[in-house]
Design a protein around this ligand. Sequence first.
Ligand code: G4P
Length: 526
Amino acid sequence: MSTLAQEVANRRTFAIISHPDAGKTTITEKVLLFGQALQKAGTVKGKKSGQHAKSDWMEMEKERGISVTTSVMQFPYADRLVNLLDTPGHEDFSEDTYRTLTAVDSCLMVIDSAKGVEERTIKLMEVTRLRDTPILTFMNKLDRDTRDPIELMDEVEEVLNIACAPITWPIGMGKGFKGVYHLLRDEVILYQSGQGHTIQEKRVVSGLDNPELDECLGSMAGDLRDEIELVKGASHEFDLEAFLAGELTPVFFGTALGNFGVDHMLDGLVEWAPTPQARDTDTRSVNPTEDGFSGFVFKIQANMDPQHRDRIAFLRIVSGKYSQGMKARHVRIGKDVRFADALTFMAGDRSHADEAYAGDIIGLHNHGTIQLGDTFTAGEDMKFTGIPNFAPELFRRIRLKDPLKAKQLQKGLVQLSEEGAVQVFRPMKNNDLIVGAVGVLQFDVVVARLKSEYKVEAVYEPINVATARWVTSDDAKALDEFKRKANDFVALDGADQLTYIAPTMVNLQLAEERYPDVKFHKTREH
Ligand code: G4P
């Protein structure tokens, strides 16, 4: 195998999807601990729930580095190299969270076992469906009183429409949590509380019939044997093909806080999760092992510190290899550019890499020439697809404090929308400017950046918009009629694309019924 093929075969690039407080930060800590990236878990800065004041957020961003370096974490595990992409989750939830999911090859879904499937998880799963991304599942917080595991799996199957294949099965819960039975290895792994900050030496009992099990578990051993028989009969068996098609998820039980079960999940990840995948462009599909470098930008992170006004463009390498100082074609502007000092992301104190391969992420310093969705290649003119804008869920009208600055405002908003910070809509019927976002913090970000980068002071007002859809039709006449009749709710976005801004979800539904020849899209390609 060539070096490139070997590097690609070694890599796994994934992200975590979860509802706030399910344990994403805690799992990340433990995963890095296993990756030997942290000596002792407890140093990943999590953003806690509770309101982030605006100034807090700016402070946070000012400490440049923290958010940039934790955006991507690379660590070794079991002879593999794993890339974990951060998915902002609390107030910092944004379109970037969605878009990051288009840049990974698999996802870990973390569920709070006391709560089950929660709203944010449902939304994020919907995004993973765009690419049928393979999903692993970790049922967390087994050290607490949780819901019945069978019921939890039923809920995942029903609500998220994905089959569940238990790989491990919990023995007890809460104070009585004893460990898990690994269905594939036929092993019981015993849990000890209070060891969460370390990698534990665990007691393992081989074989469900092993009399040693009765010694350790007492009467629970018999119950476990009965239960496993039942579980085996009633649940799906793990099927690699179904997993890779995004139709079945292997399920692991444990406690992130107790650092128990996270390694079982990681073992599954490196064994089953796909290696860096081929990606489509407008002309052809690109394989990761092609020699020519290529990649696309899925996120642009601005830095609020006026001293460092640069932005970082996060690029997922699709094929070939990055090396420091190399040149690549910036396809949209048709120029070759040099990657002078791209950032690479390795957790802990491992040294900075001069090379990166397909599946890895690099950070490019961006002084305004890189936009979301941009493609870089070894010279070929092609454009990666599948890095969309997502329909915003929150809307506000933006108004200037000084009306003479309308031009700057519009320019600022269009640029910020190209970066993916926010989306902007201009209704046909009036001169309003409507800002749409996926997460509420984005509104503050936009006002702060307008002020610091465009010298525009703006404020928000509420507006009656519930959702937006991009509108297209193969039938020009039908589209014209729609534009005329629905004029009050038609707008152009930052890229002059036609959108329908619906005051309520019911309006959207009615419009979809009334105009069957018009398509209403939840995402828009760049
Ligand atoms: P998030 O990133 O998904 O939002 O979740 P995070 O890891 O921050 O976890 C949310 C809370 O749940 C934290 O408690 C964390 O300690 C706790 N937690 C995570 N995993 C487990 C687990 O396996 N068992 C139990 N019992 N708790 C768990 P917190 O009180 O909000 O924060 P902290 O003050 O403890 O850090």
